[in-house]
Ligand binder design. Structure first.
Ligand code: B12
Ligand code: SF4
Length: 476
């Protein structure tokens, strides 16, 4: 059976192209059971060959498509294309876990997988092989699956429980991706090697915190870690066999347990895997750090750490974002990371419901004070299933359905609550970029970097939009 796993591309601005770990894990599980599986990732492949062209060139029995909320319309379009070529279509990923019924109502969608998909997709393939088509009784027992019976009724089987032991899951199929077409692993592409063979690793899944804006449909508030030994086996594969020149840890919160984080660093040092630079793409929680951790990370090869700092006002952190951390904790973490010789990156959010111009000003001032090497300023985006979404629905500020509008990293405020208006949020967001990046020492740092000149048109385009608020920030 020929299987293609696909990720549709987003029309919204996104400077990064990372391999899709969801598809990598699904492919790993299918390969382990002996299936033939390939990947088509629009983010890097569309410019060479569209999905339609790929499906015309090669026959696939099944096409599995992944979708976060803003890409669901693209996923339906991809499913239509796959159906045109006679494939069975399966959709899965965050949005499908939140809204499975909506997609099952589309003729072009045969099956929807909710939650983690490794076991489900293998069971689906076995059922398809056993049956003669997609409408048969074999689907009734598959947990986490939504399907249609002979009469066309949509059936949502019970949820699949999260697997306790992540070490049992086959390693993700990194080798199926065209790695040379992906970008390096940090939100604001800069400084690190732009031609890196940049692989991503997931050492733990989920996060127990409950920040009001954070969408976690797959894992909920759970956290499960792989054993250090299991992570090291994958890390060794990436470094020694796949020749990674950069590795990005993409966990939601890889340092939840400081002891385990330190053990992982010690193992990287002991196993001599610390010569390939790595970065924490997201996932360092400032309140779960200490100076020793950063020193160990540095010795273990870490180059840059990202922190979710979010806001400069303790009341907003506590009551509006419910972040479980304070401004002082962020100050400490950034200080310790810098002292250990790590590059630092901060994420900041503007325009949360209940914020004021004053709290946004505090955020900008905190960014200037912390003076991280990079600052990533985002405008609050509501995703279904989050506390923020529920609040905004009650206020009539958002409504289900306009999913493609929910793109983070956009420069447009999607809502404003209370006295705050959208224009003020956008102004403070642009202003934050200007005040942070247009300082003489920053400008000097940027122009003295080779990377700036190698990617000059890209920087001009990004800068005119971010700093001045003009120009098109659509796909680059
Ligand atoms: C790394 C990451 C990125 C990377 C790489 C994206 C990529 N293509 O994977 C970058 C930075 C490029 C990125 C971009 C975006 N991301 Co992102 N990203 C993440 C992050 C932090 C980790 C994803 C990951 O590797 N998870 C681990 C893997 C193993 O899990 P998984 O992907 O969910 O896959 C499992 C299941 O979902 C399921 N599954 C998934 N797909 C399919 C398909 C089929 C057929 C089946 C059967 C099952 C299945 O099975 C998989 C294995 O168990 C998540 C947060 C998170 N923890 O999930 C956010 C997250 C997925 N991203 C999000 C968003 C919104 C985006 C963007 C739309 C941002 C934007 N520009 O507006 C883009 C979309 C890009 C794209 N083409 O998908 C949201 C999605 C929210 C939602 N409700 O949909 C999340 C949840 C972050 C958040 N909390 O808000 N992202
Ligand atoms: S700490 Fe990060 S991953 Fe965890 S809930 Fe908050 S934003 Fe989400």
């Amino acid at each position: 059976m020929q299987i293609l796993l696909a990720s549709p591309e987003s029309e919204i601005w996104n400077s990064r192209k990372h391999i899709h770990m969801g598809l990598a894990y699904l492919a790993g599980a299918l390969l382990a059971k002996g299936y033939h599986v390939e990947i088509w990732d629009a983010a890097v492949e569309e410019k060479f060959e569209s999905l339609d062209e790929r499906l015309a060139r090669m026959h696939y029995d099944v096409v599995g498509i992944s979708a976060p909320t803003p890409l669901i319309t693209n996923a339906w379009q991809a499913a239509k294309t796959a159906k045109k070529h006679g494939a069975i279509t399966i959709l899965g990923g965050p949005h499908l876990t939140l809204e499975p019924h909506e997609s099952m109502q589309k003729d072009e969608v045969d099956l929807v997988v909710r939650g983690e998909g490794e076991e489900t997709i293998v069971e689906i393939m076995a059922a398809i092989q056993k049956g003669t088509g997609i409408i048969q009784e074999n689907f009734g027992h598959i947990l986490g699956l939504s399907w249609r019976d002979e009469k066309g009724n949509i059936i949502h089987n019970p949820d699949r429980l999260l697997r306790d032991n992540l070490d049992d899951i086959p390693l993700p199929a990194h080798h199926l991706f065209k790695i040379e077409h992906y970008t390096n692993l940090n939100p604001l592409t800069d400084g690190l090697d732009i031609h890196a063979r940049a692989y991503t690793i997931v050492t733990s899944r989920g996060c127990p915190y409950q920040c009001t804006y954070c969408s976690k449909p797959i894992t909920g508030n759970t956290w499960r870690a792989r054993s250090v030994k299991n992570v090291i086996a994958e890390w060794r594969w990436l470094v020694e066999d796949l020749h990674a020149t950069e590795i990005g840890v993409t966990d939601d919160i890889w340092n939840l347990k400081i002891k385990r984080a330190k053990e992982l660093c010690q193992a990287l040092i002991k196993e001599k895997l610390n010569h390939v630079p790595w970065v924490t793409i997201h996932g360092m929680k400032v309140n779960s750090t200490d100076p020793e951790l950063f020193h160990l990370m540095k010795q273990a090869g870490c180059k840059r750490v990202g922190f979710g700092i979010e806001n400069g006002d303790d009341e907003v952190l506590k009551k509006i974002i419910k972040k479980g951390q304070t401004v002082d904790m962020a100050r400490n973490a950034v200080k310790w990371a810098k002292e250990a010789g790590l590059q630092t990156m901060g994420f900041f959010i503007y325009g949360m419901p209940g914020e004021t111009e004053e709290t946004m000003e505090k955020t900008t001032r905190l960014a200037l004070e912390l003076d991280t090497d990079l600052a990533h300023f985002l405008i609050a985006t509501p995703f279904p299933g989050t506390e923020m979404w529920e609040q905004l629905v009650l206020l009539g500020k958002v409504q289900p359905g306009n999913w493609h509008e929910l793109g983070i990293q956009e420069d447009k405020a999607l809502f404003a609550v209370g006295e705050l208006d959208k224009a003020t949020i956008e102004r403070k967001w642009h202003e934050a970029h200007r005040r942070f990046y247009l300082r003489p020492k920053r400008i000097w740092k940027i122009i003295s970097r080779k990377d700036t000149w190698l990617r000059f048109p890209y920087y001009v385009k990004t800068a005119t939009n971010m700093l001045l608020g003009i120009g098109d920030r659509s796909k680059n």
